[in-house]
Ligand binder design. Structure first.
Ligand code: SF4
Length: 285
């Protein structure tokens, strides 16, 4: 199955308080813009589609914020499983869906293969060593730097056991100050700090699964298939002309998006029926 969202303009007429914009006619909407485009108040329509048939399995309206758009993934996957007893083997999506928490939920909780690029901000561009240059040792629960020294989450025993998990669901691994002080590689590793830190997500194992999938031939196919959902949004706006909502509030947006998706599915099914009827006519002739 494949995921994607698109923004649809809602009723305008807003005002600006301390740089936070509200719509007077529809306060639940969000002031947003496409990359480099003009800002507008909008809701987002989120689709979960069956990749083989191109049928929309579920639709969810959300305010146009990335966290809510991505969060709708869980709602749609759970709802499709509950209603139709269908659970996808793989999920295809773009980088917007590559956050660690969602990948962790897909891999660890739902056992779904994520064909999604990982959001990775660990690569350094200042010519110093990136996290990828350090080797992870699962059994020892530590990193090893290129000099073979350990980076650990704790260097001394604590009276009370600590999880070391931060609010951002990460664990920080630190090198030893003694090791770094005499290291010939220090200027390439941590030139401005006495030790080197590596921040590891608690969902790193799931991120590694997504990274590994990205190297497969199947991922290249999934990447092409992703266009099917883009085409549905293009059809929604260009052919069905749903570029502006008539109803207000999140429930109004949900009603309009659901009706539009139903129309798109009916159109696709009508096309199949026509195709099959033509085939039967040819066979009978
Ligand atoms: S500076 Fe420290 S962490 Fe970095 S390579 Fe040297 S010993 Fe390893």
């Amino acid at each position: 199955m494949c995921l994607k969202y698109d923004k649809i303009i809602c009723r305008q007429n807003g005002f600006n308080v301390n740089y936070i914009c509200f719509s007077l006619t529809d306060p639940a909407s969000r002031f947003t813009s496409a990359a480099g485009g003009k800002a507008f108040y909008s809701y987002s329509t989120n689709y979960l589609i069956d990749l083989r048939a191109g049928i929309i399995m579920d639709v969810e309206a959300t305010p146009s914020t990335l966290s809510q758009e991505v969060g709708s993934t869980k709602t749609m996957i759970d709802r499709v499983e509950e209603r139709f007893n269908i659970k996808p083997k793989k999920i295809v999506g773009d980088t917007a869906y590559g956050a660690a928490a969602l990948l962790g939920w897909l891999v660890d909780k739902k056992n779904i293969a994520p064909h999604i690029p990982v959001i990775d901000k660990t690569n350094r561009t200042d010519d110093t060593l990136s996290s990828n240059d350090f080797k992870w040792n699962e059994s020892a629960d530590e990193y090893r730097c290129p000099e073979g020294k350990a980076l650990r989450k704790n260097w001394r025993p604590f009276k009370n056991e600590r999880s070391h998990i931060t609010k951002a669901d990460t664990i920080i691994y630190r090198s030893s100050q003694r090791d770094c002080a005499e290291c010939p590689n220090k200027n390439k590793c941590c030139p401005h700090t006495p030790i080197r830190k590596i921040v590891r997500s608690v969902h790193e194992a799931a991120r590694d699964v997504a990274r590994q999938i990205r190297t497969t031939a199947e991922y290249a196919i999934s990447r092409c298939e992703r266009k099917k959902v883009e085409m549905l949004f293009a059809h929604l706006k260009k052919i069905m002309k749903l570029d502006r909502l008539r109803l207000r509030g999140i429930s109004g947006a949900q009603d309009e998006f659901l009706l539009a998706a139903t129309t798109q599915n009916l159109r696709k099914m009508a096309k199949w029926t026509m195709k099959n009827a033509k085939k039967e006519q040819i066979a009978m002739a």
